[in-house]
Design a binder for this molecule. Structure first.
Ligand code: K1U
Ligand code: ZN
Length: 173
């Protein structure tokens, strides 16, 4: 397993739609392991393949945040929201590609998601609470959408400028 570098916004790869996965092979299994390790190391509760510069439809999640909770890592290949609740929920979201910036985003409070597992089997499950927020945030990444795209243009611009400054500073050191 290896840590992968997380892309920081703005980056054209974070704005692109990703390609469906057609075969589960050793490279994909290695990518899933690396993404989970990178997510836990960050630390984060989710990660999407384009955030580590791989333009494929795969995400990882583990929203068990409490320190003494049993880990519950999930790997979702070609995930699709097949049902969303009318009820909506507001959560202050963050993103590992937009470090230290948080903003309230409103999304359906429950979603049903279908995906393929690493064993090639089709899975379908309902997500609620933080899991629902996180799985929608990660699926958005696969469609080139960031949580700041839900914000008013001025706030989005302010965050983007902060990230441009951060990237300039990171490049200097
Ligand atoms: O996609 C990502 O960049 C990961 C992101 C997922 C996410 C967070 C909040 C709402 C929706 C989706 C993160 O994990 S940001 C870090 C974070 O929220 C966190 C880190 C450590 C403990 C608990 C939360
Ligand atoms: Zn994110």
């Amino acid at each position: 397993m290896a840590l992968r570098k997380i892309l920081i916004h703005p980056d054209p790869r974070l704005k692109k739609t990703t390609d469906p996965v057609t075969t589960v092979n050793d490279d994909l299994r290695r990518l899933a392991d690396d993404m989970l390790e990178t997510m836990y190391d960050a630390p984060g509760i989710g990660l999407a393949a384009p955030q580590v510069a791989v333009m494929s439809r795969m995400i990882v999640l583990d929203c068990e945040k409490e320190e003494d909770a049993t880990p519950n890592p999930m790997v979702l290949i070609n995930p699709e929201v097949v049902w969303s609740s009318d009820e909506r929920n507001v959560y202050e979201e963050g993103c590992l590609s937009i470090p230290e910036q948080y903003a309230e985003v409103e999304r359906p409070s429950e979603v049903e998601v279908q995906w393929m597992g690493l064993d090639g089997k089709t899975m379908r499950e309902k997500f609620d609470g933080l899991w629902a927020t996180c799985v929608q945030h990660e699926i958005d990444h696969l469609d080139g959408k960031l949580f700041i795209d839900y914000l008013k243009p001025l706030k989005r611009q302010m965050i983007t400028r902060k990230m441009q400054k951060l990237k300039r500073e990171m490049a200097r050191s």
